[in-house]
Ligand binder design. Structure first.
Ligand code: ZN
Length: 597
């Protein structure tokens, strides 16, 4: 089966990418743009920056110590998308592999001398995922042979000993390679890498061992901590090891870490990672909107983790977080033209960014950039969108569950259905059965959707958040219609999130909204919104909202602290709100999700 994650057990099982065919619509359009434009864009920039030349032996070597991994992420995207450029790029990579399987353009000659920061095993992880993608989507070829040689090299070098990589990633990749090949030493190697962490496996660094999750053994950790992408990739590998070895305790450990992380360390958009300094989660309830880091890669890693937990347990809350993260982070990470990207994703931008045509040397949010010195995010978006159908639906023993609604055809087990919907703008989801069949159909009712209904012919019933089921047998032409209430709603933060106290945000369906100010539009630095039902306007097919607000009124340039609270003042204006994922597409702007109320 063609799919990025194929566990051998679990409540749900993947349908395979070819079983979910996307039609034009919110995600179908984005996947098509990704496969047609973004993949070529990433290929072009990696050539221009010399990162591909590194594999040809061009000197001086260019790019960061982990730039090889960007080529591997791109190869993975190409594999899922069936991109014709893959064989040539894979051949270039193959030229740099040494006789014993070692492959790294930076550390050749000084192998494994810096596991804390060197990223060698991390890079293999992405190579292995690309190899698995190629093996499943195409079959054996040069890329898969390079992959196997590298994986065997890692097993020979690291099976004994106490070491692991400073950047987790190879754990989940080894498990997937085990799943794809049946070679058990890959699973055993992954298991050992997981169990070594926190013993410790690595040396001291200036950020402390929590930075790379080497502070406590993974079974003892209570929450995801340290560098967000590292923590989330590790958790993916831990779930994979737990599922393949039948280790319930290990799976439970990750479930409870996830639960606490979502309750205390996750932004409204699904973004994770508050601190810029070490790209880390930060403390519980440390969720500042303006200083939120929220790396695009961390949100992708969060989707990958939630997907694994969803397959293992069938618990709807994992699909709910995935939806939030898909619509508000993944869709935000790439511009509407598919050629520029966000690295950091703050929820407030106070000063418009300077436009930039070339490489962005920082990761700060403000404007999407065509490329970065560290370009993990663009390539990560490319591989995720190229494999997006994997996340939308799944099989269970007696039917199919549809987690996310976008125009598509879904085939699984004895069922074939077409999903027709204008979601997320419209909450009406029509599921039309295409052929006679059997099995139940489960439709996810998101956590925010109170008052949803499910209709089968004349029979209409209220359905609650969770999965709403309809039982077979089915005749071709049978229809289910799910109605999700799309009223805009105000959302208030837990009062322990100090940085958000006194503010509220507006959501509609799965979308978080924000105020955006471009050019001479009203400034957003001094505003107070009134909590009244937002008005809706449809502009070019996009639902925009409007709330009453007062802008301005704060005065003086003196000492900004006074003996009593100041309220009132300002000019009444209608405040226009746009979906957060669309902000920054009209040029330099200021923006805020959380509105003082
Ligand atoms: Zn990234």
């Amino acid at each position: 089966m063609v799919d990025p994650v194929l566990p051998s057990s679990g409540v749900l099982s993947p349908l395979g990418l070819d079983a979910v065919r996307l039609s034009p619509g919110f995600w179908g359009d984005r996947v098509a743009l990704n496969n047609d434009v973004t993949i070529a864009h990433c290929r072009e920039w990696q050539e221009r920056e010399g990162w591909i030349g590194n594999f040809r032996g061009e000197r001086p070597r260019r790019g960061r110590e982990f730039s090889d991994s960007e080529i591997y992420k791109l190869l993975e995207a190409m594999a899922w998308a069936g991109h014709p450029g893959l064989p040539e790029l894979a051949s270039t990579v193959a030229r740099a592999q040494e006789g014993d399987g070692y492959l790294n353009t930076r550390w050749s000659g000084s192998r494994y001398t810096d596991l804390e920061w060197g990223h060698e095993l991390y890079c293999y992880g992405h190579l292995l995922q690309a190899g698995v993608a190629r093996l499943r989507a195409y079959g054996e070829d040069e890329l898969t042979r390079v992959t196997i040689r590298a994986a065997d090299h890692v097993c020979r070098r690291f099976m004994e000993g106490t070491q692991a990589c400073g950047h987790p990633e190879i754990e989940m990749a080894l498990v997937e390679l085990y799943r794809a090949t049946g070679t058990e030493r890959y699973l055993e190697m992954a298991r050992r890498f997981v169990e070594r962490r926190g013993l410790p496996a690595l040396g001291e660094i200036r950020f402390g061992r929590a930075y790379f999750q080497d502070d406590v053994p993974v079974r003892e950790a209570r929450v995801l901590r340290g560098h967000a992408v590292r923590a989330l990739y590790l958790a993916c590998g831990v779930v994979d090891v737990a599922v393949e070895t039948g280790d319930e305790e290990l799976l439970k450990a990750v479930e409870s870490q996830w639960e606490r992380t979502v309750a205390r360390r996750t932004h409204l958009t699904g973004g994770m990672g508050s601190r810029h300094q070490d790209e880390s989660f930060g403390d519980d309830f440390e969720l500042p909107p303006d200083r939120a880091y929220n790396e695009t890669c961390a949100s992708i890693a969060s989707i990958m983790l939630a997907h694994r937990l969803l397959l293992a347990t069938g618990d709807v809350r994992y699909a709910d977080l995935t939806e939030r993260t898909l619509y508000n982070m993944l869709a935000t990470g790439v511009a509407l033209d598919g050629r520029s990207f966000f690295y950091a994703n703050p929820l407030q931008v106070r000063v418009p960014a300077e436009p930039l045509d070339g490489v962005n040397h920082a990761a700060e949010g403000g404007l999407r950039s065509p490329w970065f010195d560290v370009s993990c995010c663009p390539n990560n978006i490319a591989r995720t969108l190229a494999s997006l159908p994997a996340y939308l639906a799944a099989a269970e023993r007696d039917g199919v569950r549809i987690h996310h609604y976008t125009p598509s055809e879904i085939r699984g087990g004895d069922l074939a259905v077409r999903v027709e919907t204008g979601y997320p703008w419209d909450g009406s989801v029509l599921v039309r059965v295409l052929a006679d069949g059997a099995g139940r159909i489960g439709l996810r009712v998101p956590a925010w959707a109170s008052d949803a209904t499910l209709a089968r012919g004349e029979d209409v019933r209220p359905v609650r958040p969770g999965y709403a089921y309809a039982e077979g047998p089915w005749r071709a032409g049978d229809e289910l219609r799910l109605e999700l209430p799309m009223r805009p709603r105000w959302t208030f933060p837990d009062r322990r999130v100090d940085a958000l106290r006194g503010s509220a945000a507006v959501e509609r369906g799965p979308l978080v909204y924000c105020a955006e100010s471009v050019g001479d539009e009203p400034p957003l630095g001094d505003l107070t919104a009134r909590v009244e039902p937002p008005a809706e306007h449809v502009v070019d097919g996009v639902v925009e909202l409007e709330v009453p607000a007062a802008i301005g009124g704060a005065d003086g340039d003196g000492w900004p602290y006074v003996p009593a609270p100041v309220h009132g003042g300002g000019t009444d204006v209608p405040l226009r709100l746009v979906p957060y994922h669309r902000w920054g597409n009209r040029g330099p702007a200021t923006m805020r999700v959380w509105l003082p109320v």
